[in-house]
Design a protein around this ligand. Structure first.
Ligand SMILES: *Cc1c(COP(=O)(O)O)cnc(C)c1O
Length: 367
């Protein structure tokens, strides 16, 4: 059986360093906001090429806290609008709602599955304050074009980098491509903890200090509360784990790219569309998506041959019961992606023969 993502195998591949790191924290007697978090924040800021990194409890909170900070700074008011790709994971939309703002859904491009810059401007109103650029599947959103739009209309760019640790445009990494970015360290992400975790990165000093306070009860100084904050902190054990795993992130991403290139070269089934790869560094293949009109049949075909696949995502946000107010929107590209997408296994623990087996199984699908 080729598992979609074998977390046990991934964790074992980082031993004994992970166990050593966890034991170090256990023995230190200090578990919240200590040296491990400080060290990881510095390392991750440096990795992204950013001035500031603030650990958070998870990726959803990282995004939410960015917008709560903008509200405290007077940049955004309750009910302001944030443009977000309609085919993203629901967390992107929920973060906007949790910050008291309104998500405005924009269609993606069929080719890249990222927000279509050509469709952003028609959605801008006097209340639009930001564009959320989601780097879906690990592929950078079209930041050069989004930047032009944001400049013309004085909008913030908030990156949802939860799937794209390490991806680059023109030598600049995600986390450093907009005004602020939210990362997730959910175990299955390209940089994953052994539990929940997240981070905000930014070069904006005021945003960094406001977000840091909000994540810690709105407090900059112990027992002195400046804002009505939340409790969302990266903990010491997860920070120690992430420092270990960060050291291999570039090598792991390189392995994902190599697998994706083998898939693109080897899959030659006219029923299955593979993703285009324009510039290598722009994509870290958190997910390797293929598209097939008979997606469910293809998934069954692969499973019968011992290959586990996933769907990202089976139901688009605007068709979820939780977001019933968006149900009447006509979003044909978003819906097509959700009907046709299938994610093939693509992670650093796969062997070359696993990759060959996946290619052969996909090519043997007759519909
Ligand atoms: C995983 C993910 C999130 C949320 O991260 P959590 O750590 O699970 O809260 C947000 N956006 C996208 C695109 C994601 O894939």
């Amino acid at each position: 059986m080729i598992r979609y993502c074998d977390l046990k195998k991934i964790t074992e591949s980082h031993e004994p360093q992970l166990t050593e790191a966890v034991n170090r924290v256990i023995q230190s007697g200090w578990y919240i906001l200590g040296n491990e978090v400080k060290t990881f924040e510095q390392e991750f800021a440096e990795y992204c090429g950013c001035s500031y990194c603030i650990g958070t409890g998870n990726g959803l909170d990282a995004l939410t806290i960015i917008m709560l900070a903008y509200r405290e700074m007077g940049v955004m008011q309750e009910g302001d609008e944030v443009i977000v790709p309609a085919n993203t994971y629901i967390a992107s939309l929920l973060s906007i709602l949790q910050a008291g703002l309104k998500p405005v859904l924009c269609e993606p491009e069929w080719e890249s599955c990222n927000i279509d810059p050509g469709k952003i401007e028609e959605l801008i109103t006097p209340r639009t304050k930001a564009i959320m650029a989601v780097h879906l599947y690990g592929r950078c959103a079209n930041i050069p074009q989004i930047e032009g739009i944001a400049k013309r209309h004085s909008l913030k760019i908030i990156e949802d980098s939860a799937q794209a640790h390490g991806a680059m445009i023109d030598g600049k990494r995600t986390g450093n491509l907009g005004d602020a970015a939210g990362f997730s360290f959910y175990p299955g992400k390209n940089l994953g903890a052994l539990g929940d975790g997240g981070a905000i990165t930014t070069n904006d000093k005021e945003l960094a200090s406001t977000a840091r306070a909000i994540a810690n009860y709105g407090s900059e100084k112990k027992y002195i509360n400046t804002y009505k904050g939340v409790n969302s902190r990266l903990d010491e054990i997860q920070a120690a784990v992430l420092s270990v795993k960060l050291q291999r992130l570039d090598a792991d991403n390189e392995r994902r790219r190599a697998i994706a290139e083998r898939y693109n070269a080897g899959i030659s089934n006219r029923l299955v569309k593979t993703p285009s790869i324009e510039k290598r560094e722009e994509h870290v293949f958190h997910i390797y998506p293929v598209f097939c009109e008979q997606r469910d049949k293809l998934q069954k075909h692969l499973l019968e041959r011992g290959i586990e696949t996933l769907i990202h995502y089976p139901v688009p946000p605007h068709k979820q019961e939780a977001l019933g107010e968006y149900a009447s929107l006509a979003l044909s590209i978003t819906e097509r992606i959700h009907y046709e997408e299938l994610s093939l296994p693509c992670n650093p623990t796969m062997s070359d023969s696993d990759v060959t087996a996946v290619i052969e199984a996909v090519n043997s699908f007759k519909g």
